[in-house]
Design a protein around this ligand. Structure first.
Ligand SMILES: [Zn+2]
Length: 81
């Protein structure tokens, strides 16, 4: 296991065996999210919100009720008597 220092509180964060660049970890001590910015040695820094950061699109909850009229299959019970 490898450990890197939390940029916020300085606690050691377990980054697993093979951390990757850009991988994000949550500090167990301060719950801050840190991103791997260097690998030799492993360094963590606050994640940078760049253009790739996608804002959470507001979900339009326009739920219109569509009623699909299924053709009812007539259950013809064969009553052979
Ligand atoms: Zn921390």
């Amino acid at each position: 296991m490898m450990y890197a220092e939390c940029p916020t509180c300085g606690a050691n964060i377990n980054v697993g065996k093979k951390p990757k660049m850009g991988q994000r970890f949550t500090c167990t001590a301060c719950k801050e999210v840190a991103e791997v910015v260097w690998l030799h040695p492993v360094e963590l820094d606050w994640p940078i919100d760049d253009e790739d950061f996608e804002d959470d699109a507001e979900l339009d909850e326009d739920e219109e009720d569509y009623y699909f009229h299924d053709e009812d299959e007539d259950d013809e019970e064969e009553t052979d008597e």
